[in-house]
Structure formats: C-alpha cells, structure tokens
Design a protein around this ligand. Sequence first.
Ligand SMILES: C[S@@+](CC[C@H](N)C(=O)[O-])C[C@H]1O[C@@H](n2cnc3c(N)ncnc32)[C@H](O)[C@@H]1O
Length: 233
Amino acid sequence: MPDAFRAELNKEIITKAYARWAPVYDVVFGPVFEHGRHAAIEAAERIGGRVLEVGVGTGLSLPYYSSDLRIWGIDVSEPMLRKAQQRVAEHGLNNVEALVVMDAEHLDFPDASFDVIVAQYVITTVPNPEAALDEFARVLRPGGEIVLVSRVGAEAGLRRTLEKWFAPAARKLGWRTEFSFQRFSQWAKESRGMELVERRSMPPFGHFSLIRFCKESGLPKEDGMAGAARAVA
Ligand SMILES: C[S@@+](CC[C@H](N)C(=O)[O-])C[C@H]1O[C@@H](n2cnc3c(N)ncnc32)[C@H](O)[C@@H]1O
C-alpha cells in the first residue's frame, strides 16, 4: 500500500474525534445511516453464528440482531463504547457477549474465531484499512463473510474534486472522504483465500456501498456450502 495512505489518520486523531462525537453521535448519524446498518445485519444473519462488529460505536445496530446470534463489539473509543454498554443494558440484549476497547488493526482474538465480521461506516476511519482487513480475514473462519458498509470515493467529476477539497477537514472529524473502491478490490486480489462477492450502492446519495467478502472454505467449489457448514460444526 502506498505510504501516503498510511499517514492520513492516526489513532490519536480518531480517539479525540470520537470522544467529541459520542454525546451527539446518535442524533447526527442515527437515521442517516440506518438503511446501511439494516442491510449489513441482514447479510450477517444469512451466515449466523458468532459475529464480530468492529467499530460498534454507540451500538446503534445492536438491538437489530436476532437473539440467536452471539455478538462481540469492539471499538477504539471508550466514550462511544460506554454509550453502547448503556444501550445493551436498556434493551436487555442477552445476545451481546462482550463490548471491548480494541484496535481493528490488532484484534486480540485467535484465528478463525468468528463466522461473520461486520464493520459499518468504519473502515475509512481506520489509519491503515488494509491492515484492519487482514485482521478481519485472520479471525474469520473458512466459509465466513466480511460485511462492510463504507464510504466509497468518487473516481472522477465534481464529487471527486469536492471530496479532495474537503479531505483535510474530514480527517480532523475522524474520517476520510476520498477512498476508492479499487482499494477494496485490490485488497481482495492480494489476500489469499478472500473473494469479493458483492458491492451494492447504499444511501445517502449512493456515496456508500455494502461490500461483502467471502473466505474460501478450502473445499472444492461444488461442495462449498456443505463445506462451510462442516467447517463450523
Ligand atoms: C462513523 S463511526 C460508526 C459507528 C457505528 N458502526 C455506526 O454504524 O454508527 C466509526 C467508529 O469506528 C471506530 N473506530 C475508528 N477507528 C477504529 C479502529 N482502528 N479500531 C476500532 N474502532 C475504530 C470509531 O471510534 C467509531 O466509533
């Protein structure tokens, strides 16, 4: 990955930004991202089992997972996670196993420990998105899926110009405006056993996409589904 991308954001900027966002996050970003959160949960439910939600934030998505899933949430921001903890208590969410302060780039879980990794509106806020994706792939079991909802930057035109212009201010707020889809597809190409299986445009204004990657089950293709089922048994 080019070094220029690595230096864009750092953990200190992110934690400071989200400590400021925490008290007002739900009002500002609750309804506007609701469609994407529901779409990601729907995709995760199709796999089922043990779910890791990375960058769980204030836990807006947590009440929408079905009760038979087992959910772990992680985030680098303690103030955001405190809000998530309150939500879990208020809704009595017994399917949430733990909420932990942790960095997406350094997941403290063994290999292949989750059936699904969900990250909604997170990956472009992480200093090194490809390192985080590598970690998602590592902790995902064969046959499992990574489900992202992410901003995807424009490739050309007025939106691209505006995104470049707004980029320095956006960084201070804790996110990136310019982030090409090619970075996701390139990551999948370079990652052994990971396949890009879906990209679907999400509101508002199609600036976001739901992106799914599947981890090879390691079994012949025609036996793929049965293989995935056996891998978690
Ligand atoms: C835009 S918010 C999205 C929150 C939530 N997923 C939602 O749908 O509203 C981004 C979240 O990612 C978290 N985050 C940013 N960088 C992270 C990292 N390296 N590791 C874990 N969480 C991170 C932030 O603290 C913040 O809570």
